[in-house]
Design a protein around this ligand. Structure first.
Ligand code: GLU
Length: 483
């Protein structure tokens, strides 16, 4: 005897490709993905591109690239056998038309020929009318006006209330008479479906069991529930996750800084850090802050998503990114830095000219002190070419005539040093300092400013060893001038 297939969860991320991929949207994608992976379910990506005026292929590419970068993969799509999906609503218009025709045949929808200005006038009149009319469009009873283009309008069924037990927000109910009949297919040549209709037809046909999306879609849900019922489809579970807000508690937008995932990628945030950061914007697992992807898959539960909004906190993201950088193997970091050299002002060929062992040693010196890969590449730039400019304050303080005299002495000693390892060099400079009754820092800081252009760098002796004798002597000579 075979046991029936266990019911598996099926979730979807359904972005509209009308701009960049917003980090709030990424969090929605992530929550869906974690539900699917945690319960061995199915993740679907559906591009909601029915708004042809605002949708662009660039935006589709940004969505796909962003999700791939984060390794939030999806399982199903129209091209089974080839590369998987995503589904695109533009390719599914027959399905929406068929569903609308069925509602027409069953008397659950009707053709509507109202002009926008007629509806606007009726809306205006309805404001002062008592009791308020339930339907603005007369076509329901009077029938369509001949000779006009027809849209299809859904007959909102008469019932007291529409409600659902939201997995995040709890019970939500609205009075059904607040829902007027609404358009499901427009009157344009393509018979474009409205979002609510296309989303319901797709969610039903795709067998979606849990609709996990932003709380901004709560007002759409009652209409969607009426549509599921009219179409005879089971109503899925809904989980409306609170929006991501900026520090001023307004919806996170460009005003608050970077909101496009791409901006974070370009600045050298690691995908694992982004995921770790975004998951915590609205979900908690005890007081654990740092998670691997596997831990998240095990621990994530929709029911534990809080109903209050997450506040985007760049400092915390930086902290997590620094932490994930430190947890990344050095040789992997060396590879991850490759796309950042250009932006850091480093000629990538000067990096390629170095051995891998050298590069890994260099990365080791910076790994503890970098918040992003771009920052790391920038602070490593002096390893590949003399600093283009020196911090004037550092120069004024540490390249005084007194310091330059010490630097000249150091340069001579370095020229003759039998051993150019970090330990040997530190020993050598320490002895120079002791011989003159000076502090090590009186030597170390001028060397640092001369070589790196700033007073902040990794420990200077390993840096000397890494740069090598020739580069060190040349750079010091440039500071000291002839003689
Ligand atoms: N296309 C909608 C959006 O980007 C998705 C809504 C949904 O998930 O149902 O907001």
């Amino acid at each position: 005897m075979t046991s029936p297939e266990p019911e598996t969860v099926r979730v979807r991320f359904a972005p509209s490709p009308t701009g960049f991929l917003h980090v709030g949207g990424v969090r929605t994608a992530l929550y869906n993905w974690l539900v699917a992976r945690g319960q061995k379910g199915t993740m679907i990506l559906r591009i909601e591109d029915t708004d042809v005026e605002r949708s662009t292929e660039e935006a589709v590419t940004a969505i796909l690239d962003g999700l791939r970068w984060l390794k939030l993969d999806w399982d199903e799509g129209p091209d089974v056998g080839g590369p998987v999906g995503p589904y695109r609503q533009l390719e599914r218009y027959t399905l929406y038309r068929d569903a609308a025709q069925r509602l027409l045949r069953e008397g659950k929808a009707y053709p509507c020929t109202c002009l926008p200005e007629e509806l606007a006038a009726r809306r205006e009149a309805a404001r002062s009318a008592k009791p308020a009319p339930q339907h603005l469009c007369p076509c329901r009873t009077a029938g369509p006006t001949p000779g006009r283009r027809q849209a299809i309008r859904f007959s909102a069924t008469a019932r007291a209330r529409v409600g659902w037990d939201d997995l995040v927000q709890g019970r939500i109910e609205v009075a059904a008479d607040e829902i007027d009949d609404f358009i499901i297919l427009r009157s344009d040549d393509r018979e474009t479906p409205v979002y609510n209709f296309a989303a319901v037809v797709d969610d039903a046909l795709m067998g979606i069991t849990h609709v996990v999306r932003g709380a901004d879609h709560i007002p759409n849900t009652p209409k969607q529930i009426l549509l599921y019922e009219a179409l005879g489809y089971p109503v899925p579970a809904f989980a409306h996750i609170p929006l991501v807000l900026g520090p001023d508690r307004e919806k996170l937008s460009k005003r608050h800084g970077d909101v496009a995932l791409q901006a974070y990628r370009d600045q050298g945030y690691l995908p694992e850090a982004m995921i770790n950061y975004l998951v915590r914007l609205g979900w908690a697992h005890g007081d654990q802050e740092v998670f691997t992807r596997e831990e998240l898959i095990k621990a994530f539960q929709l029911e534990r998503v809080g109903a209050s909004p997450g506040i985007f906190d760049r400092a915390k993201l930086d902290w997590l990114n620094a932490l994930h950088i430190r947890q990344t193997p050095l040789d992997v970091l060396a590879d991850l830095l490759a796309p950042f050299w250009g932006a850091a002002g480093v000629d990538p060929r000067t990096v390629e000219a170095r051995s891998r062992t050298w590069l890994v040693q260099a990365v080791a010196l910076f790994v503890e002190r970098s918040k992003t890969l771009l920052e790391m590449a920038r602070s490593m730039a002096f390893l590949f070419a003399p600093p283009a400019a020196r911090d004037p304050k550092a120069e004024a303080k540490f390249l005084t005539p007194d310091h330059l005299a010490l630097l000249a002495e150091t340069r001579q000693a370095l020229a003759q040093a039998p051993d150019f390892s970090a330990e040997a060099l530190e020993d050598l400079v320490r002895r120079l300092a002791e011989a003159r009754g000076r502090k090590l820092v009186d030597y170390a800081q001028p060397i640092r400013v001369a070589l790196t252009g700033t007073t902040v760098s990794p420990p200077i002796f390993p840096v000397l060893a890494l740069l090598g004798r020739e580069v060190v002597l040349n750079r010091l000579a440039r500071i000291l001038g002839p003689g």
